[in-house]
Design a protein around this ligand. Structure first.
Ligand SMILES: N[C@@H](CCC(=O)N[C@@H](CS)C(=O)NCC(=O)O)C(=O)O
Length: 217
């Protein structure tokens, strides 16, 4: 049995989506971001930084979403170019890019949503990270202007890694400024496996607003 340790709306949604794309059976074990459970020894034994996702599979557990995604694609022989194949380097690059972008989103989530009291927030940091996020969005918008998926050869697991980010990206950047990226989000969200993942494991993770402006100083 495959068991995914998961928090709705978090990076573990990448893995739920991929499991659905691959048509694998799995169980979900849900955790909370705020009740301290991720710091319990039994969770840290699976994921030493105390983060989701962690995946129990084939008699072991795996942490880090990119490692999980690569393991699953190699196990199933689908949705990722193999070493030596065309697009392999691009696949690895976009897998890494997805995590670079997710880290900026995470910093903005902390500033806009989690830090309390509000006086603890840093408007200069919010501005800086919004600009850094815009660099990633501009790059993706240019890349996706000429193709439907990250890799020219079609949908891959790199889209699961990155496509999940885009909803969060548009909480901080106006979708209208990035039309090719907005159209990519629509295409990804229209995939049946994405809809199944949302229905089984989604839910509004953390956002209570459609859009978060950087407040005036
Ligand atoms: N690079 C890791 C990052 C995982 C990560 O930061 N997960 C967040 C949720 S999106 C988490 O578990 N945060 C809990 C915490 O920071 O305490 C991955 O891709 O798996």
């Amino acid at each position: 049995m495959i068991r995914l340790h998961h928090i709705p709306g978090s990076r573990s949604m990448r893995v739920v989506w991929l499991l659905e794309e691959l048509g694998l059976d799995y169980q979900l074990q849900e955790w909370s971001l705020t009740d301290g459970g991720l710091r319990r020894p039994e969770f840290l034994a699976m994921s030493p930084a105390g983060r989701v996702p962690a995946l129990e599979i084939d008699g072991r557990s795996i942490f880090e979403s990119s490692a999980i995604v690569q393991y699953l694609t190699e196990r199933e022989g689908r949705l990722a170019p193999l070493p030596g194949q065309a697009d392999r380097v691009a696949f690895l690059e976009w897998m890494g890019f997805a995590e670079t972008q997710a880290n900026i989103v995470q910093a903005l989530n902390i500033q806009h949503i989690f830090l309390r009291p509000e006086a603890a927030r840093s408007i200069p940091l919010m501005r800086l990270d919004t600009k850094r996020l815009a660099v990633t969005a501009r790059a993706l918008n240019a890349h996706l202007a000429g193709q439907d998926t990250l890799l020219p050869g079609g949908f891959s697991a790199a889209d699961c890694m990155l496509g999940f980010n885009i909803d969060a990206v548009f909480r901080f950047l106006p979708a209208a400024d990035y039309p090719a990226l907005a159209a990519y989000r629509e295409r990804m969200q229209a995939r049946p496996a994405y809809a199944r993942a949302e229905a089984k494991a989604g839910g509004n993770g953390i956002y209570t607003q459609d859009f978060y402006e950087v407040p005036d100083a």
